[in-house]
Design a protein around this ligand. Structure first.
Ligand code: FA5
Length: 331
């Protein structure tokens, strides 16, 4: 019985030194395993004289149970203190929750809006589903006019059920809608989505974002158009940006032009523009001798490509998070 007591003291001292779960397992094998020290003692009980055998046997069995409990308790204590150590380190830095981020086109659109607001423009929006009349006819593009080929159209309702409707191919119909409601002086931009039944490539998407601009007042000339757009481009891209105006044709302006920006050693068309056609001013009930103005329609994806160095417009709407994550944290 004295031996058992000594054995217990030794076993408990060795358990106290076990610093992790693996050490507790090793301790259990060494003391309680098939060839463990206590197991060997238990096996030796049958060789003892019969008068002491029951007492020593019972004592050894009690000791076995006590050591098993001690091993379990020690393991539980170790696990609990490891968990405590993890949960109470208040000095660790916080981790951001996954909040998502703004889409590069949203970022660019907001920046464009701010830039034009700073230049004194109002911001309004118009409908994505538009009447044929506003998208084409009242912009001097009647049915059968060859200029309709410039905008491959996605129609949403046929001739039988009332006026024909379409997904607007550009934001220019808002020129007419705004002129119906407002008196000059007018200085407004209209951001929004446009849709074209069009094959896609590195610089063309079938859904695109435009920002329309309309300025109507007395005594406005092409010099105002050029000055406004150049000031805008310098604000967006810096004073060194290389630009060029070239003649272009749009039925609702006269004269018409396009503005290109130097991009990857080439020119990227960013917007179409021109002096608002006198017939459109007259149709709005204004005297074209007194009121003149200019308009422009800008591709927001094209501006975003320039700003972020994106080489293929199709990245914007692929929803590949590896692409989108690059804009995290931007405002
Ligand atoms: C127009 O849509 C005219 N409404 C612009 C305008 C407004 C002219 C006011 C005069 C006065 P255009 O189809 O060229 O024009 O498109 C204008 C701009 O939108 C282009 O310069 C380009 O930046 C962008 N854009 C046009 N088509 C696409 C497309 N498929 N994908 C991406 N951007 C496009």
């Amino acid at each position: 019985m004295d031996d058992l007591e000594a054995l217990e003291a030794e076993a408990r001292a060795s358990l106290a030194e076990a610093g992790d779960e693996a050490a507790v397992d090793a301790w259990r094998v060494a003391w309680l395993g098939r060839r463990g020290r206590l197991t060997t003692v238990l096996r030796g009980v049958r060789d003892l004289p019969p008068e002491v055998r029951p007492r020593v046997g019972a004592g050894a069995n009690r000791l076995k149970a006590a050591l098993e409990d001690a091993g379990d308790e020690h393991r539980t204590r170790l696990l609990a203190s490891a968990a405590d150590a993890e949960s109470i380190d208040v000095s660790l830095p916080g981790r951001n929750p996954p909040l998502g981020s703004l889409h590069p086109i949203t970022l660019t659109r907001r920046l464009l809006e701010r830039t034009f607001r700073d230049m004194g423009f109002d911001v309004v929006e118009g409908p994505d589903v538009e009447l044929e009349e506003y998208n084409f006819d009242r912009l001097r593009i009647p049915a059968g006019h060859p200029a309709r080929d410039m905008w491959d159209t996605i129609w949403v309702a046929g001739d039988d059920d009332g006026p024909r409707q379409l997904l607007r191919t550009h934001t220019s119909p808002m020129q007419i809608r705004y002129l119906e409601r407002r008196e000059p002086p007018i200085r407004v931009i209209v951001p929004g989505a446009c849709y074209r039944y069009e094959a896609t490539d590195a610089t063309h998407e079938w859904m695109l974002t435009q920002i329309e601009g309309l300025v109507i007042d007395e005594n406005l000339s092409f010099a105002h158009l050029k000055g406004t757009l150049e000031a805008f481009v310098r604000r967006m891209f810096g004073a060194d940006i290389e630009t060029r105006f070239r003649c272009d044709y749009f039925p609702f302006v006269e004269p018409g032009a396009e503005l290109g920006v130097r991009w990857q050693g080439d020119w990227l068309e960013v917007l179409g523009c021109g002096m608002v056609h006198p017939e459109i001013i007259e149709d709005a009930g204004l005297d074209p001798e007194r009121y003149t103005g200019f308009a422009f329609g800008m591709g927001v994806e094209r501006v975003a490509m320039l700003r972020y160095g994106v080489r293929d417009i199709r990245h914007f709407y692929r929803n590949d998070v590896r692409f989108l994550r690059q804009f995290e944290g931007r405002r």
